[in-house]
Design a protein around this ligand. Structure first.
Ligand code: MLT
Length: 408
């Protein structure tokens, strides 16, 4: 009989968002008239920018002609998109990248989950707590952790608690670590990191020869000019950091799928016998073996985001979500809730009222207001006592959800 990878058995319960959906579906089945509003999973709701639609229609028409038809594209992505990314996301911030340092993919979820494959199983991973669950789960599946304790914390992971007491900014680890996951603007807390904070991390990684896995999926929500959009705005970061970016939240691509990962050629890691190896070529090797490229149509759509109309139209959409975030923060504060984030970020992180556990507050909000959020405990033990709301709903739904909050 085939045996299984028993690391999978170490995983705690189900993946967070399917578990939330399961509870919502069961509530809806019992209360068919309830008009449930979701401020739960960070999924976009506004239609795609018109310029993206036109570009994708044209790409589809190309595919219907002999001259324009395309089969497999380059695994790393088409140059037209890579060039647009380098030109607009990096050159404008003084960062030079080569084409072969940018890898187009079909999502940052997959990339942040898969990146750990190219690092040693004995590496020690440092993780913020709370964190996007993919970081922890993918390392558990790979066998880089021991079992979870009664708090849900896995042996061999170094947790860096992020709570109101430290403004949700992790402290540098006190024990040696090899791989560090950072996400700014942060999911779930909505916290941002300025240059000083990021420099501290880059210096630490350079000093200790650690690698930073920097998830910047929400960078398009940054409006404060003092907040870096890329970790490569920090001197020396190319030697120690891999950056993940996505069109999901920037341009509403959660259903289209297109993202990219930057692996600088300066980034090195060691073999167990001390040889120094280029990380970029290993990621390229993995990418070519396991991935056949994002679809031509989605890459054409993504490239349209960088045209002048694309920039304007996607900015207008993001401004809608930013308006939602502002309204959520203001309204909940008026109602007496303690709220964090929601500025330069699409997530609002709130303290649960009356000392309720985050899942108990989830149930109360669902039952009394028919509003869905995400329990903080789902992002890690330090998320207990907190609750996450997203700004990605329609403005009308956000307004109604906030009115219903008054009755909770
Ligand atoms: C979230 O709600 O945390 C995100 O939507 C999840 C994701 O991007 O995969």
């Amino acid at each position: 009989m085939a045996t299984i990878n028993e690391n999978f058995l170490k995983l705690q319960a189900g993946y967070l968002f399917p578990e939330v959906s399961r509870r919502v579906c069961s509530f809806q089945a019992q209360n068919p008239d309830a008009k449930i509003i979701s401020l739960g999973i960070g999924d976009v709701t506004q239609p795609l920018a018109p310029v993206v639609i036109s570009a994708m229609k044209r790409a589809l028409d190309d595919m219907g002609t002999e001259a324009g038809f395309r089969g497999y594209g380059p695994e790393q992505g088409y140059d037209f998109l890579i060039d647009a990314i380098i030109e607009n996301d990096y050159k404008t911030r003084g960062i030079d990248l080569d084409r072969n340092e940018v890898f187009i993919s079909d999502g940052s979820k997959c990339d942040t989950a898969n990146i750990q494959e190219i690092f040693g199983l004995d590496d020690t991973v440092a993780m913020t707590d709370p964190a996007y669950p993919v970081y922890v789960d993918s390392n558990v599946m790979a066998g880089r952790t021991g079992k979870a304790d009664e708090n849900g914390q896995y042996d061999r992971i170094v947790y860096m608690p992020c709570t109101a007491e430290n403004n949700f900014i992790p402290e540098l680890p006190k024990t040696p670590v090899d791989i560090i996951y950072l996400c700014f603007p942060n999911n779930p807390t909505g916290t941002v990191a300025d240059k000083e904070i990021l420099s501290k991390w880059v210096d630490f990684a350079r000093r200790t020869k650690a690698v930073i896995l920097f998830d910047a999926a929400y960078e398009s929500f940054i409006t404060d000019p003092e907040i870096p959009h890329s970790i490569y705005e920090i001197d020396g970061a190319k030697e120690v950091a891999i950056e993940f970016r996505s069109f999901s939240k920037t341009a509403g691509f959660t259903g289209i799928r297109c993202a990219f990962t930057v692996v600088p050629k300066q980034l090195k890691a060691a073999t167990s016998d001390g040889r120094v190896v280029d990380v970029n070529s290993l990621w390229n090797r993995r990418h070519c073996t396991k991935f056949n490229g994002a679809s031509y149509i989605s890459q054409v759509g993504a490239a349209a985001v960088y045209t002048p109309e694309g920039k304007m139209q996607t900015r207008q959409i993001i401004d809608i979500y930013r308006g939602n975030a502002k309204l959520i923060c203001e309204s909940l504060t008026k109602l007496g809730y303690q709220v964090y984030g929601g500025v330069n970020a699409p997530y609002i992180w709130m303290k649960t009222p009356d000392g309720l556990s985050s899942w108990d507050f989830f149930d109360r909000l669902l039952q009394k207001a028919n509003v869905v959020g995400t329990p903080g405990a789902g992002f890690g033990p330090a998320g207990e006592g907190y609750f996450r709301l997203t700004a990605f709903a329609s403005p009308a739904d956000v307004k109604e959800a906030l009115q219903r909050f008054a009755a909770v």
